[in-house]
Design a protein around this ligand. Structure first.
Ligand code: GDP
Ligand code: IMO
Ligand code: MG
Length: 423
């Protein structure tokens, strides 16, 4: 049974994955986060109320849907419980939440080290979210990390002491202050007690669900160009955000895979440092940033913006094998008079449609654009492709032609219902 669908970010993140997951979760039994941590910020707007999920799977608003945080995720319990409290204050519950015993825990020393490492990089900083993601994955792969199963075991404080001591040594090396073991032990022992009811072997849980023919939706965090292997290294996050991460981050097998949806914006955005071939500056950039409210959900940083880059999107489609796209912010793009889309890169005098995640290439490639007419008018009430104005349809058809991937979902506003679904 091919019962797993996947939603993945196709560019540099913040493409509107949360909104697409929220829409799709009404028809599934499980939504599953498989990678990343609270560096993610997924927004959902329901009846004018805005939710921003960093760790909780975006399907959690649907009470018939079980929400799973898989083994590939790094979990900051403090952020998790803030989110759960917020959910409860809005009349929802987290009774449908399941957390993997194999996921790793983010502690204050990871967050502190993230800041210290960024400071030590100087002008070569990555522009991380400073949520401790890199240091937590470092501990995981160095095999000194504390897993959720350790966190709720009698061995927790012994492991914590060793980890605080070794992290303090690293902090000192970078000229940062040491952290106090006792206060971390006290605060985190309370979180450990509170997290216990949610913890289980989520791999077995998901396999049981597959046996019972249940539908599962996997929620990507970050995006293809931030992937540790396939992104614009070193300006990436510390996990596999592409399709392979689904399997290592949940323990489910590829044979169950059905649809793979790549989420794109009708223009582009990026936060943090690193190359961005189609980046805009000046007045046009400010206009798009304000029209699209392009400020980070996690860090509140103004997002860098640019034109849609089909060369990069094609690369991410090659790696992830999208069966369809969800295209968001068509309403925002349609407010401009003239629209451009990148259909090639010029590098050392040659024009190519190939993307290479190579710094020299990406910093020196010049975008080759195709120009389209804008002025779509108010499309927020459109619910079919045919209702869209001709200029909007032409733009979408260009994306489909260039990539060979159909655009199935079209976002015409931030609200839950502001979406066109093509059969
Ligand atoms: P994610 O990280 O991929 O889930 O995306 P974010 O939530 O970080 O950023 C997407 C932003 O775009 C959020 O503010 C959404 O509410 C908003 N958004 C999503 N789809 C649309 C759309 O079709 N039109 C408009 N105007 N806003 C959208
Ligand atoms: P969602 O899921 C956009 C970026 C950071 C930085 C780089 C490394 O909301 O799309 P990290 O803290 O992970 O070590 O930072 O990755 N980044 C994101 N950019 N959306 C995200 O998540 C991101 N998560 C991380 O800005 O450039
Ligand atoms: Mg986001």
């Amino acid at each position: 049974m091919k019962n797993i669908d996947v939603v993945l970010g196709a560019f540099y993140g913040d493409e509107g994955k949360g909104k697409v997951i929220d829409y799709l979760s009404t028809n599934v039994d499980y939504t599953v986060r498989f990678a990343g941590g609270d560096n993610a910020g997924h927004s959902i707007e329901v009846n004018g109320v805005k939710f921003a999920f960093h760790l909780l799977p975006s399907g959690i608003l649907n009470k018939n849907c079980k929400a799973v945080i898989g083994n590939g995720v790094v979990i900051n319990p403090k952020i998790l419980f803030n989110e759960i409290n917020d959910l409860i204050s809005h009349g929802y519950s987290a009774d449908n939440l399941y957390i993997s015993d194999k996921a790793h825990v983010i502690f204050p020393y990871h967050v502190e080290l993230d800041g210290a490492l960024e400071a030590s990089r100087g002008s070569r900083k990555i522009g991380t979210t400073k949520r401790g993601i890199g240091p937590a994955y470092c501990d995981k792969y160095e095999r000194s990390g504390i897993r959720i199963s350790d966190f709720i075991s009698d061995n927790f404080l012994t492991l914590l002491k060793e980890n605080v001591e070794s992290s303090n040594a690293k902090l000192k090396q970078n000229g940062f202050q040491s952290l106090d073991y006792e206060s971390i032990a006290k605060e985190y022992s309370e979180y450990a007690e509170r997290i216990k009811p949610y913890v289980c072997d989520t791999t077995t849980l998901l396999h049981q669900a597959l046996k019972e023919n249940k539908k599962i939706l996997c929620e990507g965090a970050q995006a293809a160009l931030l992937d540790i292997d396939f992104g614009s290294y070193p300006y990436v996050t510390s996990s596999n955000t592409t399709i392979g991460g689904v399997f290592t981050g949940t323990g489910m097998a590829p044979k169950y895979l059905n649809d793979i949806y790549g989420v794109i914006k009708a223009y582009s955005s990026k936060v943090g440092e690193g190359p961005f071939v189609t980046e805009l500056d000046g007045e046009l950039a400010s206009t798009i940033r304000e029209l699209g409210h392009e400020y980070g959900v996690t860090t509140k940083r103004p997002r860098r913006v640019g034109w849609l880059d089909l060369v990069a999107i094609n690369y991410s489609a090659m790696i992830n094998g999208y069966t369809a796209f969800a295209l968001n912010h068509l309403d925002t793009l349609g407010k401009l008079d003239e629209i451009k889309v990148c259909v090639g890169y010029e590098y050392k005098g040659q024009i190519s449609t190939e993307f290479h995640a190579d710094m020299d290439y990406l910093y020196n490639a010049k975008p080759v654009y195709k120009t389209f007419k804008g002025h779509f008018g108010d499309i927020s009430k459109c619910r079919t492709f045919e209702e869209l104005p001709i200029n909007a349809r032409k733009y979408i058809e260009e994306i489909e032609q260039f990539t060979g991937v159909p655009v199935k979902f079209i976002g015409v506003g931030p609200g839950r219902e502001e979406i066109i679904v093509r059969s």
